[in-house]
Design a protein around this ligand. Structure first.
Ligand code: ATP
Ligand code: MG
Length: 570
């Protein structure tokens, strides 16, 4: 497959085909989709797939997409999550306009519709406990049994349901169930629970309610209220679709939405489950929901992934109906593609080794001109101070270089990018025998980084001027989990990658990096992409490594070692 991101016009998948046909054949005139997060955690890259799909379809077909919080379980939901979700969807580049909705906005209407079902003999209050309900449910091969309360008179159910709402009963004492078919081969149709008693304050409705609708009862009806035409969800809801349709058919709802399912995103070396991500946070395994190792949108943002790279990734993986696992390298590839175009280049030395240019005058400073992005002349140039004392990368020097090591070594000449050629004359060591300084000379005729006689050293090094560079902490990140399939052996947390974060202190970076705005990712030449971390304070710079420069995914791709991921174009 090509690694190019498909344009909107080229993009198609089974859902877009359905939408296009519905418009063409007049079943709809306006397409309305929604993204329906439950505010019980932060959004992750899997949600980004759903966001790009729902908002993307609305934009491509001239419709609209709502942001609807599926806030029906007050026990797990918090205002912090509501706020973070809105910020993340916006940051990804999408806008719901005035269509910010909450399932809780519809609690009164949903309750009225539940009453409607009771009065029509299509729902009843059940006094069985949760365990008893489970025992009565049957299995995939055996039908369920009717609850003894299934045929209680509608008036009695109505009275009990009202008293449930009034707060007369404790949690779990009773539920409201739809009366469908306990023998249905689809377990979701075996008298599913529509309302449960939960005495808990809700982030939006406070103490107004102590009965809350289940996902199944709230979701489709909320879709109908909002005039959603295509209710797009992940595959695990496929078996819920008959219930979704049953409720729409049996209620006086104002519109008839339809549900379509696609395969959720799975990524190697990480986990996309809010429950697991919450545990990583609460158990202190990471710095928080926005830890740069987390697959959350806020974590990827803090890591320096641009929103455009995430959107490109969503386009690249496409949408399909078959479950699959996408290599995390593909996400990194999409991000590198954007950063390679957009990230300005800077000099930073992560593990500094002092270089003294002996034949360069003390106190002299030259401003050398350096390209901001060799791939993009429009990005212009900047000047960087050069002086007698410099820092270079410790691993760019070896006292006894092996055959293929072309960088600095005793007696050898290398190019300092955009500055001069230098030659190592002497190695200074401390008492422990550790190299602490290199005494070098420079060739003044190579100013700017080229020799008039055309000689070309085999290596070009980055550098910073010791007197001008500023100190920084740099955090190197790697995959959160060591193995591609975390937890495959049963113990997920045992697969956490102990090297997922390495903190380097005492790095030295170009002084203007202190002014890098939040959210801007730069390339430290030869090292990778880096962005300032929000932990930075005046006088204490912190950078995160977004990605290294090496794109192993694209390389394997070029060698034809990869299968086309789900829905990708071949
Ligand atoms: P959890 O994974 O913790 O069970 P959830 O991911 O289903 O919860 P929701 O807030 O209900 O959390 O998800 C909002 C929307 O995002 C849903 O429509 C859901 O189908 C979609 N979604 C969630 N995870 C993924 C994923 N990995 N890939 C694609 N879409 C996803
Ligand atoms: Mg869910």
């Amino acid at each position: 497959m090509s690694t190019e991101t498909p344009t909107a016009a080229e993009r198609s998948d089974f859902i877009r085909e359905i939408v296009a046909a519905d418009l063409r054949e007049g079943r709809h005139t306006t397409i309305v989709t929604r993204f329906p997060p439950e505010p019980n955690g932060y959004l992750h890259i899997g949600h980004a797939k759903s966001i790009c799909l729902n908002f993307g379809i609305a934009a491509e077909f001239g419709g609209r997409c709502h942001l609807r919080f599926d806030d029906t379980n007050p026990v797990k939901e918090e205002q912090e999550y509501l706020d973070a979700i809105e910020a993340d969807v916006r940051w990804l580049g999408f806008d719901w306009g005035e269509h910010l909705h909450h399932a809780s906005d519809y609690f009164e209407q949903l309750y009225a519709w539940a009453v409607h079902l009771v009065k029509a003999g299509k729902a009843y209050v059940d006094d069985l406990t949760a365990d008893e309900i489970r025992e009565h449910r049957g299995t995939l091969t055996e039908p369920g049994q009717n609850s003894p309360w299934r045929d209680r008179p509608a008036a009695e159910s109505l009275d009990l349901f009202e008293r449930m709402r009034a707060g007369e009963f404790p949690n779990g004492a009773r539920v409201l169930r739809a009366k469908i078919d306990m023998a249905s081969p689809n377990i979701n149709l075996r008298d599913p629970v529509l309302y449960r008693i939960v005495h808990a304050a809700h982030p939006r409705t406070g103490d107004a309610w102590c009965v809350y609708p289940t996902y199944d009862f709230a979701h489709g009806q909320s879709d109908a209220i909002e005039g959603i035409t295509h209710s797009i969800c992940t595959l695990e809801f496929e078996a819920h679709r008959p219930l979704y349709d049953w409720l729409i058919e049996n209620l006086p709802v104002p519109s008839r939405p339809r549900q379509y399912e696609f395969a959720r995103l799975n990524l190697t070396h990480t986990v996309l489950s809010k429950r697991v991500l919450l545990r990583l946070v609460t158990e202190g395994r990471v710095r928080g929901w926005d830890d740069p190792r987390m697959p959350t949108i806020s974590g990827l943002r803090r890591r320096g992934f641009p929103a455009e790279g995430i959107r490109d990734f969503a386009a690249l993986i496409g949408v399909a109906k078959a479950d699959s696992v996408v290599e995390i390298g593909m996400l990194e590839h999409a991000v590198r593609d954007v950063l390679n175009r957009t990230a300005p280049r800077r000099f930073a030395v992560l593990d500094p080794l002092r270089v003294v240019v002996e034949d360069y005058p003390e106190g002299q400073v030259e401003e050398v001109e350096v390209a901001n992005n060799p791939e993009d002349p429009a990005a212009g140039t900047r000047t960087v101070a050069f002086s007698r004392e410099l820092w270079i990368e410790r691993d760019d020097f070896l006292e006894e270089p092996p055959a293929k090591f072309f960088r600095l070594a005793p007696g050898r000449e290398v190019r300092l990018r955009s500055a001069y050629f230098i030659t190592c004359r002497e190695v200074v060591k401390d008492e422990a025998g550790r190299v602490v300084e290199l005494r070098c000379t420079h060739d003044p005729s190579t100013r700017g980084g080229d020799a008039p006689d055309g000689r070309r050293p085999k290596a070009t090094l980055h550098w910073v001027s010791a007197a001008h560079a500023v100190p920084a902490e740099v955090r190197l990140y790697d995959h959160l989990f060591s193995r591609p399939d975390p937890g495959a052996d049963g113990d997920l947390f045992a697969d956490l990658n102990p090297a997922s974060e390495t903190v380097l202190r005492g790095c030295r970076v170009e002084p203007d990096l202190a002014e890098t705005p939040a959210g801007a990712t730069v390339q430290f030449e030869r090292l990778g992409y880096f962005c300032p971390d929000p932990d930075s304070r005046p006088g204490r710079l912190v950078f995160n490594r977004t990605l290294t420069l090496k794109d192993t995914w694209a390389k394997l791709q070029a060698q034809g070692r990869h299968d086309t991921p789900q829905g990708g174009r071949g």
